[in-house]
Ligand binder design. Structure first.
Ligand code: SF4
Length: 317
């Protein structure tokens, strides 16, 4: 904790960190928009908590002057693209995404050159420069809908997650969908063997799985539902089951347990924790609001092109 006075002139050490953040947030007319994989203390004080699609939508509707993105860099870029007139902050610039790093704009351009006329579907876990070269974005909650919105005779280049892409391809086997060989280093830690073991130990548990998981093909037959993070949250509320096996980043368990007292949640892999998501701490959020750092901006031309791909997704979903 800092020892000096802050923007509000408070003696910081005497005021709990969370209260300082909330007070400063009010003063700045800011909102805190957090992803389901964030640390519990961040989730608990967020104005909005959800998946990347929900975050983008919330940021777009908000009338706050400042949007603090508690998530990873591409999420802050999306907020900046959708809200060019607002200040978008990320509390730690090192909160990147291994999946977004799997494809660069140059690599995508070269792939497109080899497939003239193909439609590029970009998972939102991509940089703004990559989105700018894409036709339409998608998230794990709307990927299938997005692909189904494209004329059936069109070739599709699906980037960058091969697991989400292969799940979509299984739902739409007649379409020509090419997959980029990218993956998230956190979700590939989720392996099929421990899941089979968990299923044996908890036979009544519902198994909810995120389509980014590395074990997707091997474990698909065992999954009761393949869902986005917000889909998992919804299903946990609605289901009559009392136990669940959750195959995605472990941060979501905090929300699931908090919102569903009396239900039990078992992570498919304890080690599926995203180091990038966990870079954001309460202290860094406070510093971010104090110093108005780190501002995330996207060059105008890139933002205009990327926005088209994001807007098309919003129209479809
Ligand atoms: S969990 Fe994977 S896809 Fe999500 S932010 Fe972390 S590295 Fe990126």
């Amino acid at each position: 904790m800092k020892e000096k006075g802050n923007f509000l002139g408070n003696a910081i050490t005497e005021i709990p960190l969370k209260e300082q953040v909330l007070e400063l947030k009010k003063k700045r007319n800011a909102v805190i928009v957090a992803h389901n994989y964030q640390l519990p203390e961040i989730q608990d004080m967020a104005d909005y908590l959800g998946d990347s699609l929900g975050m983008a939508r919330y940021a777009q509707k908000s009338d706050a002057d400042v949007i603090v993105i508690c998530g990873v860099h591409f999420m802050a870029e999306s907020a900046a693209i959708l809200n060019p007139e607002k200040t978008v902050l990320i509390p730690d610039l090192e909160a990147g995404c291994s999946l977004a790093e799997c494809i660069t704009a140059d690599q995508l351009q070269a792939w497109k050159n080899g497939h003239p006329g193909a439609v590029v579907v970009a998972y939102v876990n991509t940089t703004a420069a990559v989105k700018a070269l894409s036709d339409i974005c998608c998230t794990s909650s709307n990927a299938l809908k997005v692909v189904q919105s494209i004329p059936a005779d069109k070739e599709i280049l699906f980037i960058p997650d091969m697991y989400l892409g292969s799940w979509v391809r299984m739902q739409e086997p007649k379409r020509k969908i090419h997959l980029w060989n990218g993956s998230c280093h956190t979700h590939v830690r989720i392996r099929p063997e421990p899941i089979a073991e968990l299923k044996k130990r908890h036979p009544k548990a519902e198994f909810l799985m995120h389509p980014e998981c590395g074990c997707l093909t091997a474990s698909m037959g065992l999954a009761d539902h393949i869902l986005s993070t917000d889909g998992i949250v919804r299903r946990a509320h609605e289901s009559q089951a009392k136990e669940f096996i959750i195959a995605t980043e472990v941060g979501i368990l905090h929300r699931l347990e908090k919102e569903n007292p009396g239900k039990k949640f078992y992570p498919a892999a304890e080690e599926a924790s995203c180091e990038f998501m966990k870079k954001i701490t309460l202290e860094k959020v406070l510093w971010s609001l104090e110093d108005m750092q780190y501002k995330v901006t996207v060059p105008k031309e890139t933002a205009i092109a990327a926005r088209k791909a994001l807007d098309r997704m919003m129209e479809v979903s």
